[in-house]
Design a protein around this ligand. Structure first.
Ligand code: BGC
Length: 351
């Protein structure tokens, strides 16, 4: 294993962004950037041993800052996904977070991801990024430090460990927002990739994609990914939890899952290249988002790809969206001065 650092680009008004490249003994490598503790690339072999980059992203670092381009590869925090009415209560106190979309908060208010993180530590096979968010930034209580450790290994597993420390009781829902396309060809739609999600339920949503607090059963619906099949098979079937024309952008509730147990959440598979990715997490939910809100043309990408609509699927391990407003959702608050940790692994192989 080896690690190398290089300059990636200048971020308008914010400084320089570096990339840490971790390479394993077979030459597979990941590129992790100080912007948003983000994943810039993951280069893993197909069934013929040919390396390909399986995540979307940008050549120009400044594009990562545009929320309309979908938080590609970035760590999302403090609280990923949605918070209804941009508020929540904890121990009788109401906290107000930014309304950065409609009447709700999306991805912690949108600012958290767009910072340059410090590098705390590196080793041959890992890098630890660190970011400090002061008390009440974007309405969230607690002087809050998030460390994110990425480790890549010889079996092509990328492990992400999130460590949170706060001096006051608070909330956290960290995730990574990489969009995967296992064909390594972003001109190909993810509708042709195969997905399995180990969930028999999903959180029901209203017409603004906010959880209602109810659970729906996947059985007999287009939401059912309990067995591996093509994402595109039913993506445009009308369904109450789907916005017409967008397709999957839903939280699945992982089977009988206890918070803190690392188990398989999902499998993504590309038949032509043979690449497979297994997602493991100790969290209870996963957002399956197929890039349906990305533009149908004209978006920047890597190289000269201009289309991002459904060209990548984000598999965002998470607490259920808006857990802070639903006492029936499994959720652990961050206790003062007590480290909160969560782990997700993306395990790559070929079939
Ligand atoms: C959300 C989408 C959103 C995307 C990019 C996903 O986690 O569920 O609705 O468009 O992130 O911000």
């Amino acid at each position: 294993m080896s690690i190398e650092k290089r300059f990636f680009g200048k971020l308008d008004g914010k400084g320089d962004v570096d990339i840490y490249k971790i390479t394993n003994k077979n030459g597979a490598f990941v590129e992790l950037m100080t912007l948003g503790a983000g994943i810039h690339s993951i280069n893993v072999p197909d069934r013929n041993g040919k390396l390909g980059d399986v995540v979307l992203g940008f050549d120009d670092v400044n594009n990562y800052l545009n929320p309309d381009l979908g938080y590609q590869g970035l760590v999302v925090g403090r609280y990923a996904n949605r918070i209804r009415d941009a508020k929540f209560s904890m121990d009788g106190v109401e906290y107000n977070t930014p309304k950065n979309q409609g009447t709700w908060t999306l991805h912690g208010g949108g600012r958290f991801s767009f910072n340059i993180w410090d590098v705390k530590e590196t080793g041959n096979d890992f890098v630890v990024f660190s970011f400090f968010s002061p008390d009440m930034q974007d309405g969230f209580p607690g002087n809050f430090t998030m460390n994110v450790k990425y480790t890549f290994d010889d079996s092509n597993t990328l492990k992400i460990e999130y460590f949170v420390l706060s001096d006051k009781k608070t909330v956290a829902n960290p995730t990574n927002h990489a969009y995967f396309n296992l064909s390594a060809d972003s001109s190909k739609t993810v509708e042709d990739e195969y997905l399995q999600v180990n969930a028999d339920k999903f959180t029901e949503t209203d017409d603004t994609q906010l959880p209602t607090g109810e659970f729906g059963l996947v059985e007999g619906t287009m939401m059912d990914f309990r067995t591996l099949h093509k994402i595109g098979d039913k993506i445009d079937e009308p369904f109450r939890a789907i916005i017409e024309g967008i397709g999957y952008d839903n939280n699945y509730c992982l089977y009988d899952k206890k918070l803190g147990e690392l188990t398989q959440a999902a499998v993504l598979y590309d038949e032509a290249s043979g690449r497979q990715m297994q997602v493991y997490t100790d969290l209870v939910g996963i957002q399956v988002y197929c890039g349906g809100w990305l533009a149908k043309d004209g978006n920047p990408g890597k190289g000269d790809s201009k289309v991002t609509f459904r060209r990548g699927v984000a598999l965002e391990t998470q607490s259920y969206p808006d857990s802070v407003n639903h006492s029936n959702f499994p959720f652990k608050f961050v206790e003062p001065n007590k480290e909160f940790k969560t782990t997700t692994e993306f395990r790559f192989s070929v079939k």
